[in-house]
Design a protein around this ligand. Structure first.
Ligand SMILES: Nc1ncnc2c1ncn2[C@@H]1O[C@H](COP(=O)(O)OP(=O)(O)OP(=O)(O)O)[C@@H](O)[C@H]1O
Ligand SMILES: [Mg+2]
Length: 459
């Protein structure tokens, strides 16, 4: 593979010799004969390799290797030294050069040293690329979180990216369902296609129908031209049907037919037209209850719920609250120029203790308000809304009906465990992970609580 190489020497005969040899090996060569010109050139352009003489006029070539090792770490430098000056060669290596050749230049040796340096450069680049991939593998871009609940979600997004299966995203309002839908699209094989979101609750039924399926010319008074509709506009990409549970029964029938046939019939048209679109739907409702109670068609439910992504409520994400808060602070500070850098410890504790019924959206609003009020570099308790400040006094983590009640330790433990379990929707594996006990220990404790309860109800 062709590499770009900068060669620096004040001796034109050496420059010509080295340049000719490297060009024969198909490399792109730039030559410079002073240190200043070389540095100028390095600032403008990235090279795969730099070869420099150690004595350039009255200047030292070390200036170049030092500049490269601070400003372009990863770019190898080979120095050319006068024959016999082993000491200067060693000094050059200490100063950050990768290798050296002696004058007169042995061209075969030069080839060898150049190849080795370029190889090493490629390896470094590859390692860096891998490291970046690993860092990204943690969380899809834009999604902040380190909690095990969010890592599990990220893992699932990763695994279903290559599939075309329909996905249903559920979670309370403000948990980030739309963000998850976008991450899913970005991670999918369809990422170069369009991501087309449509809010099914925002449009009256007849409008939604022509939005989704398109219409033919003259289908209704305003339809002066034909229109494709979002199913087809999202062709090759993803259609995000937000608030799917809000659709009216007749619309549900039409959606079902479209998903079953993989075809849409534009309003006023007679022909059905095929689409190639991945369907991702979302709702903040308890859609299973809607199905049970006949508000949402069961057959449509099965069509969209092929893969399920559950976005956990913010209160089940532990310290993610603080990560997200810091993320919003940085973003708002950058936008508004307001000099707020973080959150004071007592305020941070309040954010962690609060239960966030409005989830991430509520946190974002809280931080925005807190930044507006903040008088110092940190958001303090005073800058938080009363409900969050006061939450703490009534919300002893293990409170029963009476917050002033003093409890035996074992009772405290039981109540805390039950609270954690509730926060993770009864998922014992997750609860054990949060409590940092092994699952068997948790099971044992839960069994004991059940025994107590049975005894009590028998008494
Ligand atoms: N993990 C996260 N990291 C960064 N930002 C997030 C995260 N989760 C949510 N947000 C932000 O919080 C806000 C609410 O998220 P989003 O609109 O996706 O919620 P939603 O689940 O669709 O809510 P609703 O059901 O009310 O429509 C958005 O501004 C989103 O960017
Ligand atoms: Mg939404």
């Amino acid at each position: 593979m062709k590499s770009s190489i900068l060669v620096v020497d004040d001796d034109p005969s050496i420059l010509d010799l080295v340049e000719a040899r490297l060009k024969k090996r198909e490399h792109a060569v730039t030559t410079e004969s002073t240190v200043d010109a070389a540095l100028e050139c390095l600032r403008r352009q990235d090279f795969d390799l730099v070869i420099t003489d150690l004595q350039i006029g009255t200047d030292s070539g070390l200036a170049i290797s030092e500049w490269v090792s601070t400003n372009r770490p990863g770019t190898p430098v080979i120095v050319i030294t006068a024959f016999g000056s082993m000491e200067t060669a060693v000094g050059a290596i200490r100063a950050g050069a990768d290798d050296f050749v002696t004058k007169p230049v042995d061209l075969e040796l030069l080839d060898h040293i150049v190849e080795r340096a370029i190889q090493r450069r490629r390896l470094t680049a590859e390692v860096e690329r891998l490291r970046a991939t690993v860092a990204r593998a943690g969380m899809p871009a834009g999604i902040i979180g380190k909690s095990s609940a969010m890592k599990k979600l990220a893992d699932l997004i990763d695994r279903i990216g290559d599939s075309d299966a329909s996905v249903l995203i559920t979670g309370q309002s403000g948990t980030g369902k739309e963000l998850v839908a976008r991450a899913l699209h970005d991670r999918s094989t369809r990422k170069d296609g369009a991501f087309v979101p449509v809010n099914c609750a925002a449009l009256p039924e007849n409008l939604l129908e022509s939005e989704l399926f398109g219409h033919v010319k003259g289908a209704f008074t305003d339809a002066r031209t034909a229109k494709d509709g979002l199913f087809r506009r999202a062709g090759g990409g993803t259609l995000f049907l937000d608030e799917i549970a809000e659709t009216a029964p007749e619309m549900q029938v039409k959606l079902l037919r479209a998903l079953q046939e993989r075809k849409v019939r534009p309003v006023g048209g007679t022909e059905e037209i095929a689409f190639d679109t991945r369907i991702v739907a979302a709702t903040n409702r308890d859609i299973e209850s809607d199905v049970e109670e006949g508000r949402f068609r069961e057959d449509l439910y099965y069509r969209i719920n092929v893969v399920r992504l559950r976005v956990p409520p913010l209160r089940a994400r532990g310290n993610d609250v603080l990560l997200l808060a810091q993320h919003f602070i940085d973003r708002i500070a950058a936008r508004s120029g307001k000099n707020v850098r973080g959150i004071a410890a007592p305020a941070a504790q309040m954010l962690v203790n609060y239960d966030w019924p409005g989830n991430v959206r509520e946190l974002e609003n809280t931080i925005e308000r807190g930044m507006a009020l903040a008088r110092f570099e940190e958001i303090t308790a005073d800058d938080l809304p009363e409900k969050i400040r006061d939450h703490q006094s009534t919300h002893v983590v293990v409170a029963g009906a009476n917050p002033d009640e003093l409890l035996p330790l074992e009772e405290v433990e039981q109540r805390y465990i039950m609270r954690v379990l509730a926060a993770v929707d009864g998922n014992k594996t997750e609860a054990a992970r949060i409590l940092d006990v092994d699952r068997r220990t948790l099971y044992r404790k839960l069994e004991r609580y059940e025994r107590y309860e049975r005894q009590e109800s028998n008494d």
